[in-house]
Write a new protein. Structure first.
Length: 117
């Protein structure tokens, strides 16, 4: 429980930076998912390969972002199909399916009910 309360307090403090400040740029705090060290294995391939899984992920992420006052999600899966730079490991469908996930995510901004993944 300590970890959870620590992180939620951190989220609150971090997202309190939102908005324009005098003499500063407008600040928007995003949550990031992925990255180079997180791109091993097939977890993202499994995530994007099924429309139902994509819809559930987008719905869960949007709910989480809203609950914690984040302004968006940075999806850092830079090389779909290429797991840790090995482009022979992932299925060729990763690229198209990742595009469907991104499309579903942007559609979700319009209306949660209108999401067609």
């Amino acid at each position: 429980m300590w970890y959870l309360s620590c992180c939620l307090d951190f989220y609150q403090r971090l997202t309190s930076l939102h908005g324009p400040r005098p003499h500063e740029a407008d600040v928007k705090v995003l949550l990031a998912l992925g990255g180079w060290t997180d791109s091993t294995g097939d977890k993202y391939s499994r995530l994007v390969s099924d429309g139902g899984t994509r819809r559930k992920f987008v719905s869960s992420v949007v709910s989480y972002l809203r609950r914690h006052n984040f302004k968006g999600l940075h999806l850092d899966w830079n090389y779909p199909k290429c797991w840790q730079s090995n482009c022979n490991k992932g299925p060729a469908s990763d690229k198209a399916n990742f595009a469907k996930l991104v499309q579903a995510s942007t559609t979700f901004q319009i209306s949660e009910e209108e999401c067609s993944c």
